[in-house]
Ligand binder design. Sequence first.
Ligand SMILES: *Cc1c(COP(=O)(O)O)cnc(C)c1O
Length: 230
Amino acid sequence: MIMDAAQGLREVKDRLAAAALAAGRNLADVTLIAVSKTFGPEAIVPVLAAGQTVFGENRVQEAKAKWPVLRQRYPAVRLHLIGPLQSNKAAEAVALFDALHTIDREKIAEAVAREMARQGRTPDLFVQVNTGDEAQKAGVALAAADGFIAACQSRFGPALRGLMCIPPVNEDPLPHFRLLAAMAARHGLAGLSMGMSGDFEAAIAAGASHVRVGSAIFGGRAALPHPAPR
Ligand SMILES: *Cc1c(COP(=O)(O)O)cnc(C)c1O
């Protein structure tokens, strides 16, 4: 079933505006990332035609197969990688994406830094924090987060824009959003990538700079296979 994604985009923008108003925040300070993973051009093109320029994908290979052609028609597109990054994909990720949200360990930081230098490209970077310390989830563990963030700041300088989190599914996300916001503030980072279809209003209330919204725009996705454990 293909929902009308342009209609979904309008509804999400209305929710976004209402949430910014309720939080006393400027709408221009919240970037909507339309998460188009699993959807093909027939769903994405109407959203591009409606003026959306920022898109999120969670797999490097899928994005590489889909976006170069779309970008020829819509050169203003900005692509954000929101899914886990392996160091052997760092070269492709740095070449393709304008922002990487999932820097979560030394090996990835090092591979990304090497590719940025080699390619002369500077994507915006976010450190993913595992705010719920969930065993199966990506992101730097809470106890290691401050140290890792500081190390990324000295390595990347201003290219390190902020922090990202995915709260545990069955918990109130607000304490996780607040924890991430406090952590970013400690490090003087303005970027906060948090909030998805079900909870982006709460994320905006807690200070999100980037919300990552998929199903509320594009409709439901077929179930994805579980990611391999690391
Ligand atoms: C898929 C995904 C989203 C979007 O989720 P929805 O619930 O469909 O809005 C946001 N962030 C990440 C990291 C994702 O993988």
